[in-house]
Design a protein around this ligand. Structure first.
Ligand code: PLP
Length: 452
């Protein structure tokens, strides 16, 4: 365990933070937690308070904090060489690309970048170039979904289906159309699952037809929408979308930035549905966030059309740090830990146990729905169960701060249209013990009781 002490006193740190640091996604008058260390599932702030890291940071620290083996892998790699670009190749990238293929259980070429946003940008560019080189240059559009989050850069934000994240940055990239997600608790089509005929999947086909099938390059979706409110599709949805993609020659791009690497209870989210994607993007759990790295995995059959020796058909995309040796070495150590400690299986068990522990909450008047995808969980807060009116921001914040005061950090779904940011989220590290799960459920239950 690392016991890093803050070099400065708390007040001094806060003062400098207020003066120099620009926080992500939060107001400037915020009084932030200043985190100084982490150990397993727990993190410690500058006051010495310990919190259970109920979101694994930002859905990413899958193997937990303080893993010496990962630190050693980074150290050894740094001693070996500082850097070499991915226009050449290097040993950690080769080994990691092979390992990612075995996790994917498919035949993919791996393009490395730095972040989830980067990985999605790469996917869009590869899809467009692929169709150019196939002689179908009109195929440039993408279908995405309302509520989805795909990243902060222009293309990834264009694919994102959350209006409030885009306001003030528009116009963004052209050619992205959004369809409603398979949100059974509040079916966008007013249907009930079982008798709905999967209208949400039909909406994908309708969008392709409205746009003109010959102009659509791909559809991007998460196997289950995570940050947009933990929206888990019915079992038939993804296979049906795959069929629609095949029918119209549209590439299926799966954003596995959160769902990948065990979070869903399988190695990748799409393994729950037995579909084979054309492109898979991944980041976060790839390194458990010990070092930045992302990857875009492209079916080897698609890669064929980028192989020409004349230079005209290669993928004209480079980023200096993508595939950085240290990050690749970190990812390999991280995935070895996941394999040896069977953390994919543990993720599935965490999900089942959380489901059992949270069951009594289902009768609480402010709980509308509890949704799990492996060990990722969304708890939808409502004014009351009958009306399903989304809980207001004040109630949601009271639950979140009630959890925090009991030593549990939880998340909430990001900015979406007003009235729809009422889902608190949990994404515990995959090493969470049964006792820690009981602690999580206890803290949430008490926090809810305290607001009633
Ligand atoms: N895709 C999904 C599903 C995400 O949740 C995120 C980030 O939270 C991204 C893409 C973007 O990843 P990054 O923040 O590493 O750019």
């Amino acid at each position: 365990m690392s016991t890093q002490k803050p070099a400065l006193a708390k007040e001094e740190l806060l003062e400098k933070d207020r003066k120099y640091v620009w926080h992500h996604m939060s107001p400037h008058n915020d009084n932030p937690l200043i985190i100084v260390s982490g150990d397993g599932c727990w993190i410690t702030d500058a006051d010495g308070n310990r919190y259970f890291d109920g979101m694994s940071g930002l859905w990413c620290v899958n193997v937990g904090h303080g893993r010496e083996r990962i630190a050693k892998a980074a150290y050894e790699q740094m001693k070996t060489i500082a850097y070499s670009p991915m226009s050449q190749s290097h040993v950690p990238a080769i080994q990691l690309a092979e390992k990612i293929n075995s996790w994917l259980e498919g035949d993919y070429r791996i393009f490395f970048s730095n972040s989830g946003s980067d990985a999605n940008e790469v996917a869009f560019k590869i899809a467009r170039q692929y169709y150019h080189q196939k002689g179908e240059p009109a195929r440039h559009k993408f279908i995405a979904r309302h509520r989805a989050y795909h990243g902060s850069s222009f293309g990834a934000l264009s694919a994102t289906g959350q209006a409030q994240r885009k306001l003030k940055y528009e116009p963004l990239g052209a050619g992205f159309q959004h369809v409603p997600p398979p949100y059974c608790y509040r079916c966008p089509f007013g249907q009930s699952y079982g008798s709905c005929g999967l209208e949400c999947a039909d909406a994908v086909e309708a969008a392709i037809n409205w746009e003109g099938a010959d102009s659509v390059a791909g559809i991007i979706l998460e196997p289950a929408i995570t940050g947009g409110g933990m929206i888990v599709p019915p079992a038939e949805y993804l296979p049906k979308v795959r069929e629609i993609c095949d029918k119209y020659g549209v590439l299926l791009i799966l954003d596995e930035v959160i769902c990948g690497f065990g979070r869903s209870g399988e190695k990748f989210g799409h393994h729950n549905y037995s579909v084979e994607p054309d492109i898979v993007t991944m980041a976060k759990g790839l390194t458990s966030a010990y070092s930045p790295l992302s990857a875009t995995a492209v079916r080897s059959s698609l890669y064929e059309s980028f192989k020409g020796k004349d230079g005209a058909s290669h993928f004209r995309h480079v980023n200096t740090f993508g595939g950085n040796q240290v990050s690749c070495a970190v990812a390999i150590a991280n995935l070895e830990i996941m394999e040896e400690e069977q953390l994919v299986e543990r993720s599935a068990r965490i999900g089942k146990e959380l489901d059992r522990l949270l069951e009594p909450l289902k009768t609480h008047p402010n709980i509308g729905d509890i949704r799990l995808f492996g060990s990722a969980c969304g708890i939808e807060l409502v004014v009351d169960q009958q009306s399903k009116t989304p809980a207001d921001a004040d109630l949601v914040l009271r639950v979140i701060s009630g959890c925090k005061s009991r030593g549990l950090l939880v998340g909430k779904n990001g900015d979406t249209v007003p009235g729809f940011n009422n889902i608190i989220t949990l994404c515990p590290p995959l090493i969470t013990t049964d006792d820690e799960l009981a602690f999580i459920a206890g803290a949430i239950t008490e926090a809810l009781e305290s607001i009633s």
